[in-house]
Design a protein around this ligand. Structure first.
Ligand code: NFS
Ligand code: SF4
Length: 635
C-alpha cells in the first residue's frame, strides 16, 4: 500500500517513500487499513465497562437504545468521556509526581540534580505560604516538595493546595460554588474510576461535572505542578534560538533523539552528550547532535536550546532517515511501532521507564540516584551504534527552520519590562485595548492521523495572525509551527496583520532583539499550558476582570491524546472558549455534546468547547468570539 498527501511537512514525502521502499509501514498506512473506523466508537456509544458487554446503542433509533444494564447513550458517552479525561489527568499527575520526587531527592542530597532556579523556588514557596527567610535553597526545595506531597496525602476536606495557590481567586470561588474543587489528586482519579464503573453513577450531568473537576485535577495537580517543579530544578526558560525539523540530524555526527515527556533523564542525556563529545570523535564522528521529539523535545528546546526533530506523527520517519543512532524514550506518545522501524536500521531504541517498555527495545532503567550513570550509558550506547551505521541507508532531509522559543511567562514579562519597567503588562494590555492586538489564542495539542499532519495548525494560525490575533503555542502544535517557520521574527513580517506587526516590532526592538518578536510564542510542552493559564491570570488581574471576560481563545486543532481532553476541559473550566479541530467521541449524546458546547458550560464556567473541522471557519469562529468579548469589555 502507498499513502500520499498525509502531511504538509516538507520532510515527510521523501521519507515516507523511503519507508515504503524499505518495506516499512507507518502510522499513515495503519490509519488507512483501519478505515472505515467503527461508527459506534466515533460517536461514543459503545460500552465495555463490564463483562456483560460490549454493549452498543443504535444511533438511528431503530435498534437497542440501552445496554444490558440499562445504560443509555447519554450515560455511555458521559462515562467514556470522564474515563478519557481521567486517563489524561493520570498521565500528567504521574509525570508531576515524578518531578516532585526528583526535587525532594535533590534537596536531601540523594539525586544528583542541582536546583537551578532559586528565584522560581522562592516564588513558588511564596505562593504556597512557605516562609523563605533565612533558608538555604535545599531546605526550601524540600519544603516545597513536601507541600506537593501533602496534596497527595490530603485526607481532609480542604481543596488541593496547588490549585488554591495558583488559580485565579475568582475561579476558585466559582468552582467552589459548583462543588468542583478537587482535593487529593490521586483520590480524585480513584473516585472517577469508581464513579464510572458498572452500576455506580447513571446521571450524565453529574458525570459531566465530574469531568470538569477532573480538568481541574489535571490543570493544577498535573500541568501547573509539573511546570513549577521542573522550572525550579532545571531553570525557567528564557528566549533561545534553535532549529526544527529532521534536517537538524547530521550524517557526520552521532545523532541521539530524545522522545517522550518527562525531562528528568533527558536533561542529563543532554549534559552527558556534551561531556562525551570526545568519545564520539574517537569513534569517527565529528561530535554528537541531539534532537527532540514530542514534549521531551519541547522541554530540552526551551531550557537547553536542543533542536526539535519532529512531532508526534513523524516519529517513525525520524528513524527511517537511517541516521539516528539512539532513540531514547521515556513516557507518553511513543508509538509501539518504533521497535519495528528501528529493527530495520542500526538504530538503538532505548526505553527507560518501568511503565513504558517496548518489546525489541533495549531497556536502560532510569534510576534517579544513579541518573548520571544512566545518561552516560545511554550516550555510550549511541556512540557504539554509530559505528554500525550503514551510510547506504542514510537519507537526511534538507529541511530545517529557525525557531525562537523559551517564552515562559517570566520571559514574556521580562521582554515587556523593557518597554515599561514598572508596569510590564501595560504595553500589552494597552495594545489589546486600542485594538492593535485583536486578541490572543493558544494553539496547542497534538497531531492526529485523521488530519493532514500540521495542516490545521498552519492554516488556522495564518488566518489568526492575518487578523492581528497573537498566538502562543505548546506541544506538537509548537513543533508544527516551528517546522513551518512561524516561530521567527521573519514570520511576523510575513504573516502578522499590520497592527500586530507594528506592536511585535516595537517590543522586539525595545527588548534588544534587533528584530520583531515572533508572532507565535513557543511557551513549552503540554504541561506548560499552565504557563498560558498563568499569563491569562495575570492579564485578567491587571484588567480587574475574570479570565472568561478576556478576548482570548484556545485551540487544539489536531489533538489525539486523552491528555488533550483533560487539558481542554481545564481550559473550559478556566473560562476559555476552546476550539477542537477533531470531533470528540461525544456526538452520540445530545445531552453531553450540548452541555459542553452550549449555554450550560458557558453559563456555569464562562468557557465552552467549539468543534469545527475546517481551519478557516475555525479561525472565523475564534475571531468572532474575540470580537464579542471585546465588545462586552467596551474596547
Ligand atoms: Ni501533548 Fe506532548 Fe504531542 Fe499530543 Fe503527545 S507529545 S503532551 S499529547 S502528541 S501534543
Ligand atoms: Fe453493557 Fe452496562 Fe456492562 Fe456497559 S456497564 S458493558 S452498558 S451492561
Amino acid at each position: 500500500m502507498s499513502v500520499k498527501d498525509v502531511s504538509i511537512d516538507p520532510a515527510v514525502p521523501g521519507l515516507l517513500e523511503k519507508a515504503e521502499n524499505d518495506g516499512l509501514e507507518t502510522v499513515w498506512h495503519r490509519f488507512a487499513s483501519q478505515q472505515p473506523q467503527c461508527g459506534f466508537g466515533l460517536l461514543g456509544i459503545c460500552c465495555r465497562n463490564c463483562v456483560q458487554g460490549p454493549c452498543r446503542i443504535d444511533p438511528f433509533g431503530e435498534g437497542p437504545q440501552k445496554g444490558i444494564c440499562g445504560a443509555n447513550a447519554d450515560l455511555m458517552v458521559a462515562r467514556n468521556l470522564l474515563r478519557s479525561a481521567t486517563g489524561g489527568a493520570a498521565a500528567h499527575i504521574d509525570h508531576a509526581y515524578e518531578a516532585v520526587e526528583a526535587l525532594y531527592q535533590a534537596a536531601v542530597g540523594k539525586a544528583p540534580y542541582e536546583i537551578k532556579d532559586e528565584a522560581k523556588l522562592k516564588a513558588v514557596a511564596g505562593k504556597l505560604g512557605i516562609s523563605v527567610d533565612g533558608k538555604d535553597k535545599n531546605t526550601l526545595a524540600r519544603e516545597v516538595a513536601e507541600a506537593a506531597f501533602a496534596d497527595f496525602a490530603n485526607h481532609g476536606a480542604a481543596p488541593m493546595k496547588w490549585l488554591t495557590a495558583t488559580a485565579p481567586a475568582e475561579r476558585v470561588e466559582t468552582w467552589g460554588k459548583l462543588g468542583l474543587l478537587p482535593k487529593n489528586p490521586d483520590r480524585e482519579i480513584r473516585t472517577a474510576m469508581h464513579q464510572t464503573s458498572m452500576g455506580v453513577d447513571s446521571d450524565p450531568v453529574n458525570l459531566i461535572l465530574a469531568t470538569v473537576k477532573m480538568g481541574l485535577v489535571d490543570g493544577y495537580g498535573g500541568l501547573h505542578l509539573a511546570t513549577d517543579i521542573q522550572d525550579i530544578l532545571f531553570g525557567t526558560p528564557s528566549p533561545v534560538v534553535s532549529d526544527a525539523n529532521l534536517g537538524v540530524l547530521d550524517a557526520d555526527y552521532v545523532n541521539i533523539i530524545i522522545h517522550g515527556h518527562v525531562p528528568l533523564l533527558s536533561e542529563k542525556v543532554v549534559e552527558w552528550a556534551r561531556k562525551l563529545e570526545n568519545e564520539a570523535i574517537a569513534a569517527g564522528a565529528r561530535g554528537i547532535k541531539l534532537a527532540g521529539i514530542c514534549c521531551t523535545g519541547n522541554e530540552v528546546l526551551m531550557r537547553q536550546g536542543v533542536p526539535l526533530a519532529t512531532n508526534f506523527l513523524a516519529q517513525e520517519l525520524a528513524v527511517t532517515t537511517g541516521a539516528v543512532d539512539a532513540m531514547v524514550v521515556d513516557v507518553q506518545c511513543i508509538m509501539p511501532s518504533l521497535a519495528d522501524i528501528t529493527a530495520c536500521y542500526h538504530t538503538k531504541l532505548i526505553t527507560t521507564m518501568p511503565i513504558a517498555k517496548v518489546p525489541g527495545a533495549e531497556h536502560v532503567p532510569f534510576d534517579i540516584e544513579k541518573v548520571d550513570e544512566t545518561a552516560r550509558q545511554i550516550v555510550r550506547i549511541a556512540i557504539e551504534a554509530f559505528k554500525n551505521r550503514d551510510p547506504e541507508k542514510v537519507r537526511i532531509p534538507g529541511h530545517r527552520s529557525k525557531v525562537v522559543a523559551g517564552f515562559s511567562v517570566e520571559a514574556v514579562v521580562g521582554a515587556l519590562a523593557k518597554l515599561n519597567a514598572d508596569n510590564p503588562l501595560k504595553p500589552l494590555v494597552d495594545n489589546i485595548a486600542n485594538g492593535n492586538i485583536l486578541g490572543a489564542c493558544g494553539v496547542v495539542g497534538c497531531n492526529n492521523a485523521k488530519v493532514v499532519q500540521d495542516s490545521f495548525h498552519v492554516a488556522l494560525v495564518k488566518e489568526l495572525l492575518k487578523n492581528n490575533v497573537l498566538v502562543v503555542a505548546t506541544g506538537c502544535a509548537a513543533h508544527a509551527l516551528g517546522k513551518a517557520g512561524f516561530l521567527t521574527p521573519e514570520a511576523t513580517l510575513q504573516y502578522a496583520g499590520d497592527s500586530l506587526k507594528a506592536v511585535l516590532t516595537a517590543v522586539g526592538e525595545a527588548a534588544g532583539l534587533k528584530a520583531p518578536l515572533p508572532p507565535v510564542l513557543h511557551m513549552g510542552s503540554c504541561v506548560d499550558n499552565s504557563r498560558i493559564g498563568d499569563l491569562l491570570k495575570a492579564l485578567a488581574a491587571y484588567l480587574n476582570v475574570a479570565v472568561k471576560d478576556l478576548p482570548v481563545a484556545a485551540s487544539a486543532p489536531e489533538y489525539q491524546h486523552e491528555k488533550a481532553i483533560a487539558i481542554g476541559t481545564w481550559a473550559v473550566a478556566l473560562g476559555v472558549f476552546t476550539h477542537l479541530g477533531v470531533v470528540p467521541p461525544v456526538l452520540g449524546s445530545q445531552v453531553v455534546a450540548g452541555a459542553l458546547t452550549g449555554e450550560t458550560a458557558e453559563n456555569l464556567l464562562g468557557g465552552k468547547f467549539y468543534v469545527e473541522t475546517d481551519p478557516i471557519a475555525a479561525a472565523q469562529g475564534i475571531i468572532a468570539h474575540i470580537k464579542d468579548k471585546r465588545a462586552k469589555l467596551g474596547i
